[in-house]
Design a protein around this ligand. Structure first.
Ligand code: ADP
Length: 655
């Protein structure tokens, strides 16, 4: 592993130095300590010098001569690769001398001769360990000067094709890497990317190298002349060339070879001339060297100057390691497909058509790639926020609905309570009657007991029997009052298992006397087959009470013998509900009233409120049942109350 001389004082030694320097200033008062410190420092400095001398012993001197200087693209690609490879692979520290023959800036023979002489003078006695000649002119220079001035110094060549170097005959000290130009492969890949191409325009210049390259390209493209129209624009001044490239026919591609000098003898660095053309041309421009990628060209199958630098560095390192140049055969540099992603997009060339082994440079991330995480986070946030909003709306709606239901339920309970109280008013006479009987019996039995008790030898058995009768009558009276109280009481509606027969019996008991007073015969037909249903006793009693009262009202104007009201319990036809039917012999429901019957405040009675049937429907709705009516064929109407079976509900619950 090599390093540079300026880095040869190791970091730890620098630290020791710094430490002692700081001690000197800190301990100014202690003279003895100061003297000792100075001594240690001097000894340490000496040791560093010794280390440096040892490192210098391992230094190797390398002269690199380039075709053109740092302003040239080839230099900029070869040089860093060459240095990096030497740095990595050379076993010694290297002292690099970098020179350039500047053939673009000083192309004339006299200048070149002067440059050669200068370098000979400068380096002939330098005892170089290796010379790297990068470019045609440095190679030729070495071929000419090696034997005389640099005998036995190994030379590694690179950066030129064999032809460019003049097909030299090398001595044993020479080895290296040849540049390999393959313009036909650039044309092949261009045709693959743009298959409708019919015209190829080859652009070049009038400089020495421009001409050489043009000739080489012309030779390689001869086989294409039969299938493509190939035009060479290599003898134009830059303005004229620009005008031509602005107006190329469709299905044209441009092959840029090299344009360093135009027909007007104006010099352009190659990258500059390429940029001037790519910025105006109406067709894509392909190139032959990696040095030109990034200056507006699409790309191509290119000779790699960076590769030349790497290869030359490797060969140089092998020689420094002790291999002889004659044992290292010269190699040919590897080329490859390189494209500029920005230009592919500009000319609408799909990356899928590019050979898979290609290198694509300047790939700019798409907006999606650039902002992917931000977009995902934003979308996630939006989705979460929207979900939250919907959740809130749903919760509010649910709450509102529950509130409305509750309010409706409370209103129903309130109104049905009022309805029950009103029914009680209707039944006041019948209730008075109901209570009168047990009270009269109690009175009778109490008087009898009194009489029996005043006898000289009272019959205790008879007195007891009279008291027992009093107790029974009292119970009966209390049962009537209990029933009334229950109906009067306000209460909530809650579903549970109820017996329809019990409800029918309970209500008929309540209205029995009232019916008697109205001359109505009350018939109760109870079915033993009716199973328990889901409901609530008090509201259901209220429903049946309303229906019985309506039925009795309806029969008010018919002869007494016809006034029959029937309450029937039965099972629904498909055994899915329990039913109570309330039938009368009245006039039935008039056709015009059928739609309005359950509407609140619909009544045909002078004393009616019109709330009874509306309350019945609300109660059944809240219990999950329903109420319907019909006119009977034999006259009168039938109201039908249906309630879901309790067992069916259980089955459903286990299903
Ligand atoms: P109300 O009894 O106060 O009139 P309802 O809501 O109980 O209120 O009844 C509304 C109307 O329906 C009654 O006024 C009556 O015209 C009609 N109706 C109810 N039951 C019967 C029935 N069994 N026969 C004929 N009409 C009836």
């Amino acid at each position: 592993m090599a390093g540079h001389l300026d880095n040869r004082i190791p970091a730890v030694e620098r630290l020791v130095y710094r430490h002692f320097l700081s001690r000197i200033s800190a301990d100014k008062r202690d003279r003895r300590w100061r003297a000792a410190t100075v001594f240690i420092l001097l000894a340490f400095t000496f040791s560093i010098q010794l280390t440096a001398a040892t490192a210098a012993h391992g230094v190797r001197k390398i002269l690199i001569i380039y075709e053109t200087g740092p302003s040239a693209l080839a230099f900029r690609l070869i040089d860093p690769q060459l240095r990096a490879t030497l740095d990595e692979e050379s076993p010694y520290l290297v002292e690099l001398y970098t020179e350039s023959m500047e053939t673009s800036l000083f192309p004339d023979e006299a200048s070149q001769q002067q440059i050669r002489e200068t370098y000979i003078r400068k380096y002939k006695d330098r005892k170089l360990d290796l010379i790297i000649a990068a470019g045609p002119s440095p190679i030729q220079f070495m071929v000419e000067a090696h034997e005389t001035y640099f005998k036995n110094t190994p030379v590694v060549f690179s950066g030129a094709t064999k032809e460019e170097a003049g097909n030299p005959q090398f001595g044993p000290s020479f080895t290296g890497v040849w540049l390999n130009r393959q313009p036909e492969r650039t044309l092949d890949v261009a045709l693959r990317l743009l298959p409708t191409t019919r015209h190829v325009v080859v652009v070049g210049g009038t400089g020495l190298y421009d001409r050489e390259l043009e000739a080489a390209v012309k030779k390689s493209l001869t086989t294409y002349e039969s299938q493509l129209e190939i035009t060479y624009l290599t003898d134009l001044a830059m303005p004229a060339l620009i005008e031509r490239l602005k107006r190329l026919p469709s299905d044209t591609i441009v092959l840029y070879t090299a344009l360093e000098r135009d027909a007007a003898e104006t010099y352009f660095p190659r990258a500059t001339s390429l940029e001037m053309l790519t910025s105006v041309a109406n067709a894509p421009i392909f190139v032959l060297f990696d040095t030109l990628i990034g200056h507006g060209a699409v790309g191509g199958y290119v000779s790699s100057f960076a590769g030349q630098g790497r290869e030359a560095g490797k060969i140089a390192s092998r020689i420094l390691s002790g291999e002889k140049p004659q044992d290292i055969p010269a190699v040919v540099g590897t080329n490859g497909f390189i494209f500029d992603a920005r230009q592919l997009r500009r000319w609408d060339i799909s990356e899928s058509k590019i050979p898979p082994e290609s290198t694509i440079l300047f790939r700019q991330p798409t907006d999606w790639e650039k902002y992917k995480y931000r977009i995902i986070a934003l979308l996630g946030f939006l989705v979460a926020e929207t979900a939250l909003v919907f959740l809130l709306i749903w919760l509010i709606k649910r709450r509102t609905k529950a509130q409305q239901l509750l309010e409706r339920q409370l209103a129903l309970e309130e109104i049905s309570h009022l309805n029950r109280v009103a029914s009680m008013g209707h039944m006041a006479a019948s209730l008075a009657h109901e209570l009168a009987q047990p009270l009269a019996a109690i009175l009778g039995n109490a008087q009898a007991a009194e009489r029996l008790a005043t006898r000289p030898s009272p019959d205790m058995l008879e007195i007891r029997a009279a008291l027992a009768d009093i107790r029974e009558d009292d119970k009966r009276a209390r049962a009537v009052l209990e029933n009334m109280r229950a109906l009067f009481k306000k209460q909530t509606i809650a579903r549970h298992e109820v017996d329809l027969n019990e409800i029918a019996t309970g209500v008929s008991r309540l209205v029995r006397k009232d019916a008697l007073l109205r001359g109505v015969e009350l018939r109760l037909i109870l079915s033993d087959a009716v199973p328990k249903v889901l409901g609530d006793e008090i509201p259901l009693q209220q429903v049946i009470l309303n229906l019985i009262n309506n039925g009795m009202d309806a029969m008010r104007n018919i002869p007494q013998e016809g006034r029959v009201l029937t309450v029937t319990t039965c099972m629904g036809t498909d055994a899915n509900c329990g039913i109570i039917l309330v039938e009368d012999n009245g006039p039935g429901i008039a056709e015009k009233d059928k739609m309005k019957l359950f509407m609140p405040f619909f009544t045909t009675k002078s004393e009616g409120l019109g709330m009874g049937l509306s309350i019945c429907r609300s109660i059944l709705d809240s219990l999950g049942g329903r109420i319907t009516f019909d006119n009977r064929p034999e006259g009168g109407s039938v109201f039908r109350v249906e309630l879901p079976l309790a067992v069916a509900r259980e089955l459903f619950a286990y299903a």
